[in-house]
Ligand binder design. Sequence first.
Ligand code: ADP
Ligand code: ZN
Length: 746
Amino acid sequence: MYPIVPFFAKFCHLQCHILQTFNYSEQLQRLFGYSSFRANQEAIVQAILAGRDVFAVMPTGGGKSLCYQLPASLMDGTCLVVSPLISLMKDQVDAANAFGMKAGLLNSTLSSSEQHEVLARLQEGFYDLLYLSPERLALPGFLERMKRAPLSFVAVDEAHCISEWGHDFRPDYLALSSLRLALPGVPLTAFTATATKRVEEDIVRRLALNKPLMTRASFDRPNLFYQVQLREQVNSQIEALVAAHPDEAGIVYRLSRADVEKTAAWLRDRGVKALPYHAGLDSQTRSRNQEAFNRDEVQVVVATVAFGMGIDKSNVRFVIHGDLPKNMESYYQETGRAGRDGEPALCLLLYGRGDYFRLRKFIDQLAGEEERQAGLAQLGRMMDFAEKPVCRRRAVLHYFEEEYAPDNCGACDICKHGVESVDATTEAQMIMSAIYRTGQRFGTGHIVDIVYGAKTARIIALGHDQLKTYGVGRDRGKRFWRQLVEAMLGEGLLVSEGEPFPLLHITAQGEEVLFGRAQYVTHRMLEANVSGAISAELSYDASLFAILRQLRREMAEREGVPPYVLFSDKSLHQMCSFFPQTPEALLVINGVGQMKLERYGKPFLEAITAYLVDNPEIIPPQMVKGEELPEPARRVRKSGGTETLAETLRLAKAGLNVEAIAAQRELKPSTIAAHLGELLQQGHTLDIDQYVDREVRSAITDLFKAHGLFRLRPIVEAMEGRAGYEEAHIVRGFLVSQGWKIEGNE
Ligand code: ADP
Ligand code: ZN
């Protein structure tokens, strides 16, 4: 924003003075469009502006980039940002430029003449930010050259990569140890999302930070909802969650490549746009798939844990673990990719005891005994997390040695739905009796079959249908018994041992219950309705959201940047709650600063205004710059149904027509038609003929051809009563699903 022009260089002291007094809070609003700092950001910004070294730990999504971008925009000279992933650099630069900063990059993807140009501009003081890889710093002569460049400070991102104790050590990072000596007058700042005490000391020592401001933000991610469910039909469980969030992006983690492929195929067969990502794919396919996800072209990526380092997408609304992660650190990092924009997001872990054995295999392959022991202990903690009826948030934070004070976090399955204590002594005795009578030589499946009274060939062959316990639990259903065995394993009444077919054994604690000397009270998690979890927290106009999202995607495509670089999901959600129609009102929206307003605002304002014309029942609130956000828009309608697309989709798939769905949901038919239009746009298959008769459809199609897809009103008017907004919505959705584009009339 404030490049040094060489001519003015000699007046630098004067300019510095002016800049220092410039209010950085104002810059926060003007440049980034945020009304306040997050935890620790302000202290870090102040320290950097005062020329101090900084060491900052912040969880993923905590807002590290702002900490160096904001001072970089105010200070003389260029901030060098060292960043490990070349694949991410361009997106980072695009994002900074979208805010109106002058950012560039220097890495091996540039031709040598481009590199020369970048270096020349650096020398002129053109950039606020210059991103480069650690390898670049290590090149002979590079640091020497930097001595002559006008630098404000250096920011080392992902600083834990410098430590061999970290989980992601990169030898290239060792080159950063020369920074201090080579550039003695340039302040150094280091940022990381993971650092134990040991790693922390290592970073400070290796970078030779000088009396740095040390900050550590809480690892709490209040917008993440944590949930654990017993794994039953893994793919159906995953699909249920994905289907409940048709317009939201998510990551599904699976342990093996084969499972990644299976789950991805399962989702695709059911009409979900999903792509796989694992180390077995060639690197081109991998980066193509990652790119498609980044750019909102596919809804879901199904991946092994290899996925994620290279992803900066802020609008991931759910992360599902189809298998248990190997430790809490991984779980935290992987779930951490959800909700980086601060909007609610869901983290679902599907858990089965079998995971233990599969993960054991990896641990057994570790080289040293010490590592194996550590691995096992870590796995034990992960299992505790999944099984113990303790607030998930408290458990996660406890792992990072952080105390979580509130009794109820309000955003995990345990806190939200509660735990039910039930006396299951009799039922536990039935299970153990079956185990006992068969000599403790069978696994869960067979034992459950006995208690449930299944007629399998194995049961008959072994004569187990003659046992006294055979069929005593017929009235409860197999699922109940499987869950009970899981609970008994978790609570130590049973152990499951042996490979590859683990057998159930009764422990001493189990015998106490079996012989009636102790009671067994189990803590059953009350079943939470997973699908409701995200959208219940977000109330915005889903139909407008789909329109704005499409607009964002198309504008981003034209600019060659990922969609979230234009506006975050959070910004769009707010637009769909407050319906800003003027530039001043748009500036009130989170994440909309002056530059974004100027560059991208107009088409969005037009789309919102057009939408309000099409939906006169919406009454948008007044928005005043500098004031808090008002109450969300009101909608004048007689009854209040919840406006989720997912429910409309479900009813449409069940064969109901527009009127029937509207009646059932107590919504207006036009709203349902709008939903169907959005669903079609999102790629769901619906039978168009059922909703709009062919002749009308072809007339509407011709009109869209002439007028473009952007507005409905001209179409409806031209139809002169032969069709209304309902048909127009549905046909437009259909045309988009056929590859037509909605263009803003710029
Ligand atoms: P990190 O690098 O720590 O994972 P980012 O720097 O990508 O996180 O920031 C995460 C998200 O939070 C981004 O969408 C960013 O725009 C947003 N953000 C950062 N600081 C603020 C703030 N003070 N107010 C609102 N949003 C913020
Ligand atoms: Zn909780």
